[in-house]
Ligand binder design. Structure first.
Ligand code: SF4
Ligand code: SF4
Length: 136
């Protein structure tokens, strides 16, 4: 299966190779979509992960024993259709083609299955129609 996983880890784990553990110990294919460490040295990483469902389950259990908070995420954004003007600006930054505009109505279409949670579209929307959601 393929899914998105957001992990949040405390400061004392910043030097622990968490991504390496996911790949080497649990045989997952990993794509890092976002990563940051805040001013309290708390780390956040958003992964797209691909692997067997039982290995993903074991991974989550293992990370939790290390003190890592785990959230499986379907999509990280939502669109307020009342605010959207179908201007198309967000499409230009959506490399996964989750956002499209086309015939017959030329209205914005959002395919949550294609969204990889990069959040690049959020700041480009002049109508502030796109907003971040924590998880689904
Ligand atoms: S979060 Fe990224 S992948 Fe998802 S719709 Fe926005 S730009 Fe596209
Ligand atoms: S940039 Fe905003 S207003 Fe324009 S199509 Fe995208 S969501 Fe709609």
């Amino acid at each position: 299966m393929k899914t998105k996983l957001k992990i949040t880890f405390p400061a004392h784990l910043t030097s622990t190779p968490l991504t390496y553990i996911l790949v080497k110990e649990f045989d997952l294919m990993i794509n890092i979509l976002k990563a940051d460490i805040d001013f309290n040295h708390i780390g956040n990483i958003l992964y797209e992960i691909t692997g067997e469902i039982d290995k993903i389950d074991l991974t989550l259990k293992h990370l939790k024993t290390l003190g890592v908070k785990c959230e499986l995420i379907k999509s990280t954004i939502a669109i307020d259709e009342k605010l959207c003007t179908d201007c198309g600006l967000c499409i230009s930054v959506c490399f996964s083609q989750a956002l499209t505009i086309g015939e017959p109505d030329w209205a914005l279409d959002f395919d949550t299955d294609k969204c990889v949670g990069c959040n690049h579209c959020v700041p480009v929307c002049p109508s502030r129609a796109i907003y971040e959601i924590a998880s689904q």
